[in-house]
Design a protein around this ligand. Sequence first.
Ligand code: SF4
Ligand code: SF4
Length: 306
Amino acid sequence: MDTPTLSSSFVKEAAIRVGFDACGIAVASPLTEEEWGYEEWLRLEYQADMTYMEHHREMRSDPSLLVPGAKSVIVLLSGYKPSQTMQDRVPGARIAQYAYGEDYHERIKRMLFQLIAAIRQNYPDFEAKPCVDTVPISDKQWARRAGLGWIGRNTLLVNPILGSYCNIGELVTPFPADKYDTPIENRCGDCRACVDACPNFALTQTADTHVPLLNANRCASYHTIENRAETLPEDLHLSGYAFGCDVCQLVCPYNRTAAVRYQLTDEHKDQLEALKDADPITFKRLTKHTVLSRIRHSQWLRNQKK
Ligand code: SF4
Ligand code: SF4
């Protein structure tokens, strides 16, 4: 039996109904090195100690190795720009804006399953693999392919409405679609605000094709989260962050005008203040179901001392 062709407008309407902010559908043909500079990034050892990024190299660019017979990558965006920044609320213990509230992995996964259920109302045999950071697939590159934005000099997907403040999820499926999206033009223009603002000179690009690259060895976001060593590099600037770093995003003109998607409440502020000097048990309790649970209490303290 032939696999039915999905109506792209039906899928996109269903995506908005379950709570996503944007949806695009990309043809599941392999990503090319010219598109995303992955091999160059590895050759330069910009992955630092994230050795998992060296694994499943082919699968990262070819979704048919993840889902046999993959025809479409349905890409979903969920914006997270908060209603206000809490930059100076807890000096030395800032957290990246994507870290407020419920862990986005859990939230997006739930919405992806809701979308599968919604699509099955019209296509009862619909099958898809839901992805949100937990499988080897390059979210940003697939979002770009699906016409949802461009890769900015900050190396993130920049969506014209949500800016770079968006979480990305995918459904990889063997179902073809009646209409595929194509990439939109890069709108960074002459702007270099993010590159100039990075206190650690972590933003660079490939020599030939000028694909933006992040040198994780120099990135505060990498070091505050992924680096488990007792001490951090002497010359690394954390800009007051104890989890992640938003410096290169805060200066982006597209983020200044991006749609607010998340209301910060007094409860969030109180929790952040309570976290600052929390003991290990309190830290564990307060970070449960948030992305902050990804780091150890010892990292949290180490980052604040830097
Ligand atoms: S997250 Fe911070 S350290 Fe990393 S590239 Fe952006 S500004 Fe630089
Ligand atoms: S700050 Fe400027 S260069 Fe950087 S991503 Fe935004 S628009 Fe592009």
